[in-house]
Write a protein that binds this ligand. Structure first.
Ligand code: SAM
Length: 214
């Protein structure tokens, strides 16, 4: 995905091809629990695909990302959509999540960003999510994963080859999958409340809560 982000104007098109157009439905589902006036943090917001959905549900959104060019596109869109007062985009990495106060957000969400983080960043981010999420809050995560099933991993590998080639020709972009995210989440003391994955188990949508609330 990083190549794709080096040309942010191609990002939205590339991601739609890579996911065979399924990303829009997945993101619509992911933001479903968000309510009017919720305070929402979008980690690795990119061009704002999730952030804007949350604003449309009436939330107040902070999107953070380390890529200034992706953020520029997101800011431009928020001006076009005339929703600037409901959304702020900050150039900041997950390493700076410790700047937020405890229990700051009703909802934290992240789409296709964890698969770009290092092992240490994932551990740090999950710990920070647990700290800055409100007691009754929800952490909504969607990302590409490596299936635990070897059979599905092999099928996936073969099916993806033509898709990766077509996407690369059209957009000069590609993507990669994340390993063991669910174990990492539960290992950090958060609780997975619901899990939805596709047939090949290579894309997962998770609703995660703080320990203690079930
Ligand atoms: C594949 S894009 C996804 C963007 C957006 N969430 C979406 O679904 O369209 C991943 C985003 O994560 C951002 N990112 C990668 N590493 C990051 C980090 N350490 N801190 C914050 N954002 C990061 C990238 O800059 C990029 O915009």
């Amino acid at each position: 995905m990083k190549i794709l982000e080096s040309a942010p104007y191609r990002y939205d098109k590339g991601i739609k091809i890579l996911t065979l157009g399924k990303i829009d439905k997945a993101y619509d589902r992911l933001v479903d629990p968000i309510k009017k006036d919720d305070k929402v943090l979008d980690i690795g917001c990119g061009t704002g695909m999730l952030s804007f959905r949350a604003v449309l549900k009436g939330a107040n959104v902070t999107g953070i990302d380390i890529n200034p060019e992706m953020l520029e596109i997101a800011r431009k869109r928020s001006e076009e959509l005339k929703i600037k007062e409901k959304i702020e985009f900050l150039e900041m990495g997950v390493a700076e999540l410790d700047h937020f106060e405890n229990d700051s957000f009703d909802v934290i969400m992240s789409g296709l960003c964890f698969s770009e983080l290092s092992e240490d960043e994932i551990t740090f981010t999950l710990n920070q999510v647990k700290r800055i999420l409100s007691k009754e809050g929800q952490f909504l995560l969607a990302d590409e994963i490596k299936s635990r099933s070897l059979f599905k991993r092999i099928i996936n590998w073969f099916l993806r080859i033509p898709l990766v080639i077509i996407t690369y020709i059209l957009t000069q972009t590609t993507s990669r999958a994340i390993k063991n995210i669910e174990q990492r989440i539960t290992g950090s003391g958060l609780v997975i409340q619901s899990r939805k994955s596709n047939f090949l188990d290579n894309f997962v949508e998770l609703i995660i809560i703080k320990e203690g609330k079930k």
